[in-house]
Write a protein that binds this ligand. Structure first.
Ligand SMILES: [Zn+2]
Length: 406
């Protein structure tokens, strides 16, 4: 996985989560800050919005919008300047119960330079520009075939588009037309080969128009699809893009849909297998105390900086944050670096009061950036497997080293 893939996956997860929120009122704030834009100006605008928000009639809504804006103000203070690709912040009352307020903040640095500048307050978060960012590159080519017909299509995000349908001239097995068995078989084979060539040609032509095609999935009932996938019928660069070949019951439009479903399962399984293998290696190195495996935020970050980490393992549940906190009783303010879970239970040692979180910043992006600078592979690990869960329990971050550090 490249770190860009990891970023996209994180973005996808977040967009999915935020997409479900519906404000009970117009009280969800979205802020898009383009790459290179002055953060100070954004802070100024948020201040202006605070004065505007004073005019909101409903007391509860006013209070929620004000605290969303205040959290944004505090969050902005965590940055010295706008991150390279810009910054997106969402804040608002996400509580689904009337009269109950739960103002949350979500912020991320997008995987690609952000062009829009936006401030918007609505009953839902503005997510389209981010969705566009995820969708853009996720185009897969689809070829579903058997001896008698083929369909070429595209998978764009979650949408399947049919591009071309082809019928073959290969006659059925029974229709021999007076020829000898052997001759008939040769003719059929020749016609099938011609048909596969034609599919390859037309599919290559169709796919050539999509320069962001990330992969090709081949499907179909029976063995013809395997002959096609391994026979080099596609243009050389597309041939290399075949990511999986799957069995389906149908061809045609329904076959395209089936191919996508089956491929999703196959790819998921493959990624789980890969993940298990990697984690087995990690736990094995840890177990035999070879010094080639490390875990815990502090140690991993230090080793990352030294450039000796070959592969960085990040649990998808990793939730380390850097936060600015304040004790509501003695008003002491300080910075804390820990998991969000711990942070939410953190109490002032003097007053035994839960800290108030003024601002928090997810550290995962920063860690990924560090890995990029050091040419370290980044692998996102799900918490769906026993091993993945174990990594999560160990703090959600680990590393396999290139060589033993001193
Ligand atoms: Zn205190």
């Amino acid at each position: 996985m490249t770190s860009e893939d990891v970023r996209k996956r994180r973005l996808k997860d977040l967009v999915e989560e935020l997409d479900n929120f519906r404000g009970r009122h117009t009280e969800l704030v979205s802020v898009y800050i383009p790459a290179g834009f002055n953060l100070f100006k954004v802070a100024e605008q948020i201040n202006n919005e605070k004065s505007t928000a004073q005019n909101i009639k409903s007391k509860a809504v006013r209070k929620n919008v004000m605290s969303a804006l205040e959290r944004i103000t505090q969050h902005l203070k965590l940055y010295k300047q706008t991150p390279v690709n810009g910054l997106v912040i969402f804040s608002g009352n996400v509580s689904q119960r009337e009269g109950v307020s739960d103002v949350e903040i979500y912020a991320l640095e997008p995987p690609e330079p952000l062009k829009q500048r936006l401030y918007w307050c609505d009953q839902k978060f503005v997510l389209d520009p981010l969705k566009e960012m995820i969708r853009e590159r996720e185009i897969f080519g689809l070829v579903v075939l058997d001896k008698s017909e083929a369909d070429i299509g595209l998978l764009h995000g979650k949408k399947i588009k049919s591009l071309k349908h082809l019928d073959s001239l290969v006659p059925g097995k029974t229709d021999k037309g007076g020829w000898s068995q052997a001759r008939y078989a040769r003719i059929r084979e020749g016609l099938l080969n011609d048909f596969l060539k034609k599919i390859g040609e037309i599919a290559s032509q169709q796919f050539a128009e999509f320069k962001d095609l990330v992969g090709i999935i081949v499907g179909g009932p029976g063995p013809t699809k395997d002959t096609f996938a391994s026979g080099g019928f596609l243009r050389y660069d597309f041939q290399k893009k075949i990511i999986t070949v799957v069995d389906t019951s149908y061809t045609g439009e329904y076959g395209l849909q089936e191919t996508v479903n089956r491929a999703e399962e196959a790819l998921k399984e493959a990624s789980i297998m890969k993940e298990k293998k990697l984690l087995a290696r990690f736990f094995n190195e840890l177990g035999r105390d070879s010094g080639l495996a490390i875990y815990g935020l502090k140690e991993v970050v230090e080793t990352l900086k030294a450039g000796t980490v070959e592969t960085l393992l990040l649990s998808e549940k990793l939730d380390w944050v850097k936060a600015q906190i304040r004790c509501p009783k003695c008003s002491e303010e300080k910075e804390a670096v820990m998991t969000r879970e711990k942070l939410e239970q953190l109490k002032c040692p003097k007053c035994n009061e839960l800290y108030e979180i003024l601002a928090e910043k997810d550290l995962t992006d920063e860690i990924i950036k560090m890995a990029e600078e050091m040419n370290t592979n980044v692998e996102m690990v799900s918490a769906d497997t026993t091993e993945g869960n174990q990594l999560k329990e160990m703090g959600g971050i680990g590393g396999i080293l290139r060589y033993k550090s001193q």
